[in-house]
Design a protein around this ligand. Structure first.
Ligand code: GLP
Length: 248
């Protein structure tokens, strides 16, 4: 694991954007396959990618995307769906062909087929080149909550109360966070050639320390990343506060 600690959110986003662009340029894959995360952690990096796209430095026309997860019961048009979030934060502002965007369907009636379809599509495109991750305050990656088996593939999960509380900020007061979500599994994430995890803010400090310095255990799903051979953790000082290293 390479751990990069930056002073500000902006520095974190810059470093993540730069690394992703380097991976894109040096990729030898037939299709460049990028898997993306929702939530606040990656938003500033998406803003930087939009700028790079607008200025002609990052071409999305040959990029295929997947996203880690989607709430069950929310359609792509629902304002709290992750698909809607990605449209607003990235897809609507870059030259990615619509056909290159892959997403889990939260309205699928046959959950098992939907999960299989997603895994098959990832395989058809040659696997994920770069996986962008955030981390939950309980150490989740995607929506793989504590105790999810490390060998899991795309599946339905019941969200913990902690995750629902954390994500309530994206919903109106009279709306609740759905109880269930579809998420790529931990093995689906680990199969990615390269992983960039972004963590900012003091709420992430314990999860970040457990991920990097704790034992590899399903109690902290992100701890499995210690066993991957190409992982960059890019975090700000607040998220790194429980580590012993200091900022660049
Ligand atoms: C969300 C997503 C994750 C994300 C994490 C952290 O609910 N399912 O993919 O990485 O929780 O979110 P945030 O970046 O908003 O703190």
């Amino acid at each position: 694991m390479k751990v990069i600690i930056k002073h500000t959110n902006d520095d974190v986003a810059k470093a993540a954007c730069k690394l992703l662009m380097e991976k894109h340029i040096s990729s030898t894959s037939k299709n460049f396959v990028l898997s993306l995360a929702t939530g606040s952690s990656a938003v500033e990096m998406y803003q930087k990618l939009i700028k790079q796209n607008t200025s002609g430095n990052f071409d999305f026309s040959d990029v295929y995307t997947f996203n880690l997860d989607e709430y069950v019961g929310l359609s792509a048009e629902h304002h709290q769906s992750f698909r809607y979030f990605m449209n607003m934060k990235l897809f609507n502002h870059v030259n990615i062909p619509e056909a290159n965007i892959n997403f889990l369907n939260g309205m699928a009636t046959d959950i098992s087929s939907e999960c299989d379809r997603y895994e098959e599509r990832i395989a058809e495109l040659g696997g994920i080149d770069v996986q962008i991750l955030g981390i939950g305050s309980n150490g989740h990656i995607g929506f793989n909550e504590p105790e999810t088996p490390f060998e899991s593939r795309t599946h339905q999960i019941t969200l913990t109360q902690q995750t629902k509380n954390d994500n309530q900020r994206f919903f109106a007061d009279d709306e609740s966070v759905p109880d269930k979500a579809l998420t790529m599994g931990i093995q689906s994430i680990m199969d990615s050639k390269s992983i960039i995890l972004i963590a900012t803010g003091k709420k992430k400090a314990k999860a970040v320390a457990d991920m990097i310095q704790g034992e590899v255990t399903t109690k902290c799903p992100a701890s499995i990343l210690q066993t991957h051979n190409d992982v960059h953790i890019i975090c700000d000082q607040e998220a790194a506060a429980a580590l012993t290293t200091s900022a660049d």
